[in-house]
Write a protein that binds this ligand. Structure first.
Ligand SMILES: Cc1ncc(COP(=O)(O)O)c(C=O)c1O
Length: 386
């Protein structure tokens, strides 16, 4: 039999983990941190979901209890993102990476044209998949400049007979982001919004397909939010494989096969948390403040070298190098010692990347900026010393 004091220790450990003790400020680019309130809801639902007697990981997707979970999640997504009633909302699997292919497969016919704005590695991957289906073309790209820029309207020409324009609203790797709706010359717009959906204002009604992997702002990995306009639905081909056909998932309410029940539950709780915390307006305000604080520090001294061009800076992923690159590993190590984690830049840019997704609080950013100031003070004469 277990000693009573072991049980008490277990309870104390559970209690402190539910209070977030020992958690770092997670600036990771994804899978990213989640609000502690949501983590608590997950912990509470694991043994028994909504008093059903079935645990969250053990419940049938065909049960009434799970049907309510998915219906509530969908409704909350619709409310928070102000999705027009006639749009479809799907929870799919395969990540945003599968959407690179599925969007083109469902919408394009052989030989038809689609135009792509190439602002980073993810747009390139989207284009590569679309080329398997039709005449997909890069009409604007910034690889020669290391993907520091977003196209400004007027920088590119959309082909007259192109079916749609595809863009990536936020470039997670390079830290650039559109601050305007790209000019599409009246063509339908498809957006990969994986790393800024619910972080900034995205007018769903002006897009025809919006897709996003959940693991940044929306929940855990393994569930992908896909939003389709009536135009997109009207274009769906009827000669494509069942699982890749949007109609399959529309007709079965995202439950043609076993969905990611856990991911959908968490996504629903994240949207509900957002709704309780001021909805999109609240998120936008907090994210603007966070970005202002961090870019303010990056512009304060040339000890830091921000990557993105000023007018293309992302509010979600902030990327920079240290002027003295040999200090970058020291920066990351000392940051972690100060409970600031997930800051290593993607290998395509190197250096540092701080992701400021919704879960990251203004306080976390203040902690980061305070650490950065101390670090600069400590190492600004480093070259001289050595
Ligand atoms: C903008 C963007 N698009 C697509 C992807 C790929 O997403 P997934 O891993 O869900 O396929 C990512 C992942 O980081 C991303 O940031």
């Amino acid at each position: 039999m277990r000693d009573f004091s072991d049980v008490v220790k277990d309870l104390l450990r559970l209690h402190s983990s539910m209070n977030g003790d020992g958690r770092i400020h997670n600036f990771g680019a994804g899978p990213a941190g989640l609000p502690l309130e949501v983590i608590r809801e997950v912990i509470e639902s694991l043994p028994n979901l909504n008093d059903s007697g079935f645990g969250l990981l053990e419940i049938s997707h065909r049960s009434e209890v799970f049907q309510k979970v998915i219906d509530d999640a969908r409704e909350c997504v619709r409310r928070v993102l102000e999705i027009p009633d006639e749009y479809e909302v799907l929870f799919l699997q395969g990540g945003a990476s599968l959407q690179f292919y599925m969007t083109a497969l469902n919408i394009l016919r052989e030989g038809e044209k689609a135009d792509y704005l190439i602002t980073g590695g993810w747009s390139k991957k989207a284009l590569k998949e679309a080329k398997r289906i039709g005449d997909a073309k890069e009409i604007w790209g910034d690889e020669v400049n290391g993907f520091k820029n977003i196209p400004q309207n007027g920088d590119y020409e959309i082909r007259e007979d192109s079916v749609y324009l595809h863009y990536t609203s936020n470039n997670t790797l390079y830290g650039t982001q559109y601050h305007h709706l790209p000019k599409s010359s009246g063509k339908p717009l498809i957006v990969d919004a994986s790393s800024d959906i619910t972080g900034v204002d995205i007018d769903i009604s002006r897009h025809d397909i919006v897709y996003a992997g959940a693991q940044k702002n929306l929940g855990p990995s393994g569930v992908t939010l896909v939003i389709l306009s009536p135009w997109a639905v009207s274009r769906i081909r009827d000669d494509i494989p069942t699982m890749l056909d949007y109609n399959t998932h529309i007709e079965k309410g995202s439950m043609f096969n076993t969905p990611n029940t856990f991911g959908i539950f968490v996504l629903g709780r994240v949207f509900s948390w957002l709704e309780r915390n001021g909805g999109m307006k609240g998120a936008i305000k907090r994210n603007e403040e966070k970005a202002r604080l961090l870019y303010g520090e990056l512009d304060r001294t040339d000890f830091w070298e921000p990557h993105a061009a000023i007018d293309s800076r992302s509010k979600m992923n902030v990327t920079w190098r240290l002027k003295n690159k040999s200090l970058e590993d020291v920066f990351l190590k000392e940051a972690l010692e100060n409970q600031l984690g997930g800051l290593k830049g993607h290998r395509s840019v190197g250096g540092i990347r701080a992701s400021l997704y919704n879960y990251i609080s203004v306080d976390s950013v203040i902690n980061l900026v305070t650490f950065m100031r101390g670090f600069e003070e400590k190492y600004k004469n480093y070259e001289n010393i050595n």
